[in-house]
Write a protein that binds this ligand. Structure first.
Ligand code: ATP
Ligand code: MG
Length: 341
């Protein structure tokens, strides 16, 4: 078989294009950590830099790395698509990872440029492997799939919460190594953190991050939680017992987390936010209302999207069609560089 490479087959596309990529795993429902750490910064960036492109991916292949139920995965994927649209992302920027087979293809090529030790030392692998009854091999290799997600699009920026820093670093290492060994093939992306909200902690256990697949629901606020439930969870949030509203992440982690969530919702500086309150009760009341104000419009739009399955299917189909062209060109470039054709 002969394959004709397009004229840009040996150069990356992004030299001229700023492109951001963000992915969300349908391992559970989206929560406030996802919103403040990744969704809101991405929306802000879209609003402030019209010259940059955004790519939003429902990362369903990543949801297979831990014990999962097929029916639940299907419904969480639809729910996540509807929630991301409800958050305000343009349908033109969204697609579902498994609809684009080039992710899996590039994943394998990058596995051939990654050391076992590199994957095994990932903090999330160690943490999640320690919790799992049976560790899937894909849990070890998923950061390499994440590298493929990023490099497939020639993304220049990857806005993430702090928990993903090590994985973006791995993507950079693999890209650099591949480029050095096989010739310039991939754009090397940079990580971007939000000014506040890069690591939203669990409200019931401020030593752990708020996460979709953590065990308890009480410390996690979902984007679809109704106002009464939000108020209850905030009222029950753990505090430090000193009584003073001071922002100090090291010495007052619980109250600082609440301050930081409020500051992120209001796009303010946490120290300035803290100075407005003289009691925990006041802070918690303001926090609950700020969260409710953030979530209410999302919830209203969500119910429209989730009830229109025809539209969601069309968004999925069109999203895949839009990205496949770029994805297949990146894979062709990588295959050529590595010696497959
Ligand atoms: P899981 O527990 O299954 O890993 P998750 O809640 O960590 O789920 P992901 O889909 O892994 O969510 O991450 C989606 C995005 O949200 C990533 O950019 C990640 O950095 C960000 N993110 C996740 N949790 C937080 C958090 N607590 N604070 C800030 N950002 C977060
Ligand atoms: Mg995660």
């Amino acid at each position: 078989m002969t394959l004709t490479l397009s004229s840009d087959a040996t150069t990356t596309e992004s030299e001229a294009v700023r492109r951001r990529l963000s992915g969300f795993k349908p391992t559970g429902r989206l929560h406030l950590g996802n919103y403040l750490g990744a969704i809101q910064p991405m929306l802000d960036a879209v609003a402030s830099a019209a010259d940059a492109e955004s790519v939003i991916m429902v990362a369903d292949l990543h949801a297979l790395t831990i014990e999962h139920d097929p029916q639940r995965l299907r419904s969480l994927t639809a729910e996540m698509l509807a929630t991301l649209l409800a958050c305000g992302f343009d349908e033109e920027s969204i697609y579902v990872q498994s609809d684009v087979p080039e992710h899996a293809e590039l994943h394998y090529l990058l596995e051939c440029a990654t050391g076992y030790g590199e994957a095994a030392r990932m903090i999330q692998f160690k943490q999640k492997a320690a919790q799992a009854e049976r560790v899937r091999l894909s849990l070890l290799t998923y950061p390499v799939l994440m590298a493929a997600d990023i490099l497939l699009h020639d993304a220049t920026e990857v806005p993430v919460g702090e928990d993903q820093a090590q994985h973006v670093e791995l993507a950079r290492d693999v890209a650099n190594r591949f480029n050095t060994r096989y010739g310039h093939t991939f754009t090397v992306p940079r990580v971007v953190y939000p000014p506040t909200g890069a690591r939203v902690m669990d409200l019931a256990d401020p030593t752990g991050k708020m996460g979709k697949s953590s065990l308890s629901d009480s410390g996690r606020i979902y984007l679809l939680d109704k106002p009464e439930l939000v108020r209850r969870k905030v009222a029950r949030a753990v505090t430090d017992g000193h009584g003073e509203v001071v922002y100090d992440r090291d010495r007052r982690p619980a109250i600082s987390n609440l301050i930081e969530i409020l500051a992120a919702c209001e796009r303010d500086d946490p120290t300035v936010t803290a100075a407005r309150f003289s009691s925990y009760v006041q802070l918690k009341e303001a926090l609950a209302e700020a969260i409710v104000d953030t979530l209410t419009p999302i919830q209203r739009r969500y119910s429209e999207f989730i009830n229109d399955r025809g539209y969601l299917d069309a968004v999925r189909r069109r999203g895949a069609e839009r990205v496949r062209d770029r994805a297949s060109r990146t894979v062709a470039r990588a295959k050529h560089a590595i010696g497959l054709h």
